[in-house]
Design a protein around this ligand. Structure first.
Ligand SMILES: [Zn+2]
Length: 133
């Protein structure tokens, strides 16, 4: 049995990587770089804890819980992206309408142009969000 088979056997039934893990790894990297420039007590411990958490998630057998965490992260990311998206309006113009995507479920929503700030309720998941038309 070569190392690849061993790794596959080891990873079998485990959760592995997802967007949330990758995001946490990026945060680790940033904190690590930061710790080279500024002396913040406990920062290296924080990085280690975070890294430990990332590996815990990757090797976890509780796939359902990890999946739920990732979904929460994606939802939160969608909300943050919505806040920082060009003045809250990241829609695509199509004729006299603007096409927006629900930050939660990515459902396409068509809104007439030139209405200013509108509160949109997603027809699929009932999420409310504000967009400029
Ligand atoms: Zn939705």
């Amino acid at each position: 049995m070569n190392w690849r088979d061993r790794l596959n056997r080891f990873m079998y039934g485990r959760y592995g990587q997802d967007q949330f893990s990758r995001f946490l790894l990026v945060v680790c990297l940033i904190l690590l770089l930061l710790s080279f420039f500024v002396r913040i007590p406990l920062l290296s411990i924080l990085v280690l804890l975070l890294l430990g958490y990332v590996y815990f998630r990757m090797l976890s057998r509780n796939v359902t819980a990890r999946y739920a965490e990732n979904q929460k992260y994606l939802e939160l990311k969608g909300k943050v992206m919505g806040l920082f998206g060009k003045g809250g309006g990241s829609g695509i113009r199509q004729g006299d309408n603007m096409i927006f995507r629900c930050p939660k479920c990515s459902q396409k929503i068509r809104i007439p142009c030139g209405k200013g700030m509108v509160e949109i309720t997603c027809p699929r998941c009932r999420t409310r969000f504000r967009k400029r038309t």
